[in-house]
Write a protein that binds this ligand. Structure first.
Ligand code: HEM
Length: 160
């Protein structure tokens, strides 16, 4: 039985749920791109990006008001799981940022808009966007899995 629900545990539970939702949006958005529904793809992906940004802002507030975790009480396995998780999140942020930047460029082309005056999307932009996007979504999936393991450890320590 959990003796208390501390604010950090509540925060990380919310953050993990947020990650599950943003991954769900990204996976659905990826499906839309594959079926050629670019406008719908854009909406799903930008909603997912908005949840990533909301997490980043919330994390700054968490550091400010709740501080860092005390890793001295963690097993070395738990610390390594956390490091792996942080690597996934870092990869997601960098590659997601690159995908979004290319995506915004693609949004001005006929990839998204049906206008005579719009230019054709450059094949290398489509390709680099697709690769960066796939890396970001894969990193988010591994990030969610490892977040589940990290969170499980937190609940275990709180109960023990
Ligand atoms: C900002 C507006 C966006 C536009 C206009 C856009 C547009 C596109 C287009 C046209 C494709 C098809 C590429 C091709 O035919 O090779 C595509 C694919 C893809 N996009 Fe986006 N995108 C946007 C945002 C994003 C974001 C923010 C992400 C991820 C963070 C993302 C991830 C992906 C992925 C993973 C694919 C590949 C789907 C697949 O074939 O597996 N997109 N996008």
């Amino acid at each position: 039985m959990l003796s208390r629900m501390d604010p950090k545990l509540m925060y990380w539970t919310g953050a993990t749920l947020n990650m599950a939702v943003l991954l769900g949006l990204a996976v659905r958005g990826m499906g839309r791109a594959r079926s050629g529904q670019v406008a719908s793809h854009r909406r799903f992906m930008l909603s997912s990006v908005a949840l990533v940004l909301a997490f980043v802002v919330s994390y700054l507030f968490k550091l400010l008001f709740l501080g860092r975790e005390d890793l001295a009480t963690w097993t070395s396995g738990a610390v390594w799981t956390l490091r792996f998780h942080e690597l996934c999140v870092f990869t997601m942020l960098i590659s997601g940022g690159l995908a979004a930047r290319r995506g915004i460029r693609l949004a001005r082309t006929r990839a998204l808009i049906e206008s005579e005056t719009a230019s054709e999307p450059r094949p290398e932009d489509l390709r680099s966007h697709r690769i960066a996007g796939r890396v970001a979504v894969s990193a988010a999936a591994l990030g969610l899995l490892s977040a589940g393991a990290v969170l499980g450890g937190m609940y275990g320590r709180a109960a023990g």
